[in-house]
Design a protein around this ligand. Structure first.
Ligand code: TXA
Ligand code: MG
Length: 349
């Protein structure tokens, strides 16, 4: 099959809508990452997503809608959901709510709930509007690879496997949406994203963060979200996160780097000088820039064939929680502590 890579002109949006209505797959941009869409109400079309991605059937898909009205057709709405939608939709927030019968078991992986989100991107919005259908769409990457933040990434994974990719340029945010479980009494973050737990708590008064957001599942522990059972965001290189005082981190990383000829370093802008002439990728000055760049960098490093990646960490607050979660999962939770500053180098000695 030839894959059409197209700019989102009105004609091409019509063509994309036709493909979706007739049961095909179209990759499209959102403000978080690119999605691989199908008609959420067409079981066969949705099966096609799982086949194309090589996605395990037990990992449910997010249903993308063009507003609250369409959301209410696929899930059982409630007051808390309305408050969050008013505050954050369109935007990077997926709400997990009891599903309606119109949504098939394939989409929800047999769960009694469904994830719904209204993306904040004109192309995604236009596409849903034109076909008048909710779109089931996971991130448009092969299962296990980093999520795509550019159309070229989608092409890398799906050229020849899907009929069409709409090119909307770089995704503004760069990490996937916040997933919040709204089906119980207390809203609970299952996957951190650009809408932070602090922001949800400001609207609803409280917000829990599932413990599995900050660490790997314990042996025998049930995954609160099926996505946590699977290794996501995985680069091909072995990745290690190093936390602690920046100077101690750089000493640790430089020593490890010097032992191999196929390593690369991920560092934040204020620390670049600590790594001398070594190969470094700049995560930027802050969490928002790191979110925007991370998956792009991981894909680039895969293409270049590095065997080891050593990365700095950042505080897991605000958007930093989402970036740390993606880094930790890419590193399969391999995190070493380089420790505190050595006394001789402390500021007071
Ligand atoms: O930003 C995003 O959310 C992107 C764009 C395309 O919208 N989509 C995305 O989809 O990241 P995906 O399939 O890669 O990730 C969906 C996550 C998975 O971890 C899945 O387990 C979880 O959401 N999820 C979906 N439905 C769920 C449900 N009913 N209960 C719990 N977790 C659910
Ligand atoms: Mg994904």
């Amino acid at each position: 099959m030839d894959t059409l890579l197209a700019l989102p002109t009105p004609d091409m949006l019509d063509k994309a809508a036709d493909i979706l209505i007739s049961g095909g797959l179209v990759a499209f941009p959102t403000e978080t990452v690119y999605g691989l869409g199908a008609n959420a109400l067409d079981e066969l079309a949705v099966r096609g997503i799982f086949v194309a991605k090589g996605r395990p059937a037990d990992n449910p898909l997010i249903v993308h809608v063009d507003g609250v009205h369409m959301a209410q057709r696929v899930c059982v709405w409630n007051n808390m959901a309305q408050e969050l939608a008013t505050a954050f939709w369109p935007g990077p927030l997926t709400m997990v709510l009891p599903r309606r019968g119109i949504v098939s078991d394939i989409v929800t992986a047999g769960l009694a709930t469904v994830g719904v989100r209204m993306p904040d991107h004109p192309v995604a919005h236009q596409l849903i509007k034109r076909c008048g259908l909710p779109l089931a769409a996971p991130s448009a990457n092969l299962s296990g690879r980093p999520s795509p933040t550019r159309a070229a990434h989608v092409m890398d994974d799906f050229d020849g496997k899907i009929p069409m990719i709409l090119d909307g340029g770089e995704c503004a945010i760069g990490v996937e949406s916040t997933v919040v479980d709204m089906s119980g009494t207390v809203p609970t973050i299952l996957r951190p994203g650009a809408v932070t737990p602090e922001q949800v708590a400001m609207v609803l008064g409280e917000c829990r963060v599932s413990p599995a957001v900050r660490r790997d599942l314990l042996p025998g522990e049930d995954a609160p979200s099926p996505g946590m059972r699977h290794r996501h965001y995985a680069p091909r290189a072995a990745m290690t996160l190093v936390k602690g005082d920046p100077e101690a981190v750089a000493r640790y990383i430089n020593a490890a780097y010097n032992k191999t000829d196929s390593a690369v370093i991920l560092a934040f802008t204020p620390h670049l000088l600590l790594y001398g002439e070594r190969r470094v990728r700049n995560l930027g000055p802050d969490a928002a820039t790191a979110a925007h760049r991370l998956f792009y960098i991981l894909r680039e490093l895969d293409d270049l064939g590095f065997k080891e990646i050593y990365s700095e960490t950042l505080p897991a607050t605000g958007l930093g929680l989402a970036v740390m979660n993606r880094l930790a999962r890419a590193a399969a939770f391999r995190i070493v502590d380089a420790g505190a500053p050595t006394p001789a180098q402390g500021p007071d000695t």
